[in-house]
Design a protein around this ligand. Structure first.
Ligand code: SF4
Ligand code: SF4
Length: 226
């Protein structure tokens, strides 16, 4: 999640954007989920995710963010252990830290902002319910220079299909109703949906029950669901 310049061209006039080669993007997205590296999204002047009614999760250990964010804008995070907070948004759906189109706490922004990457919607085909983000997500174009790029996206799409067809496999009601959770889970568990060979050996495909267990475990790890 980035916060750039205030001026924006109407989305209809905006050209496609290169999202990177699919497998390379997927690796970086998984690293961001594992908190090994922030998402490196070429946001340009977009700040859509800072003005689309998101409650921003702030974890207990995020001392720098907590020191910068006004206490009166932080509230206990529903369903999470004490110490977890959310940063509220204003009546227009904007993060109060967004001033003149820029993030005023950018260097100390919460982890949720550092790891947000709207390319996940383009990668998974999961539609976001936030129009401004959807407009940006529609612009991304991945590259597929190798078979691996196509196989991994096919696995991501298969993971989405599986979770839609087996909603009982999802770890929580939140995962069932929040597009971002479905999309993030799909990339997190995509290895379980890879087809074809693994090295020189035919790949043994997991059973539905095994896939459901992988999805549950990913939900627990990523969102504290389960
Ligand atoms: S919506 Fe996407 S491109 Fe726009 S600021 Fe957020 S992450 Fe960046
Ligand atoms: S803290 Fe900064 S990056 Fe995060 S939503 Fe607010 S303005 Fe955007």
């Amino acid at each position: 999640m980035r916060a750039g310049a205030a001026a924006r061209t109407p989305a209809a006039a905006l050209p496609p954007l290169p999202a990177g080669d699919f497998s390379a993007w997927l690796s970086s997205a998984l690293a961001a989920l594992a908190e090994e590296a922030p998402a490196d999204v070429p946001c340009g002047s977009c700040n859509a995710c800072c003005r689309t009614s998101h409650f921003i999760h702030v974890r207990p250990e995020e001392r720098r963010a907590r020191a910068r964010l006004p206490r009166e804008l932080l509230f206990p995070a529903p369903g999470l252990p004490p110490g977890n907070l959310v940063l509220a948004y204003d009546e227009a759906g904007r993060c109060p830290m967004l001033v003149d189109g820029r993030c005023t706490v950018y260097a100390d922004r919460p982890l949720a902002c550092r790891t947000y990457d709207c390319r996940v919607y383009a990668a998974t085909g999961v539609p976001t319910d936030r129009d401004a983000i959807a407009e940006q997500a529609r612009r991304w174009r991945f590259g597929y220079p190798t078979a691996d790029d196509r196989e991994r996206q096919a696995a991501v799409l298969a993971a989405v299909r599986f979770m839609r067809e087996h909603p009982e496999s999802l770890p929580s009601d939140a995962a069932r109703v929040q597009p971002i959770r479905l999309a993030v889970l799909a990339i997190a568990v995509h290895e379980s949906f890879l087809q074809g060979e693994s090295g020189a050996q035919p790949r043994r495909l997991p059973t539905d029950a095994e896939r459901a267990r992988v999805i549950m475990a990913a939900g627990e790890k990523l969102f504290g669901d389960g």
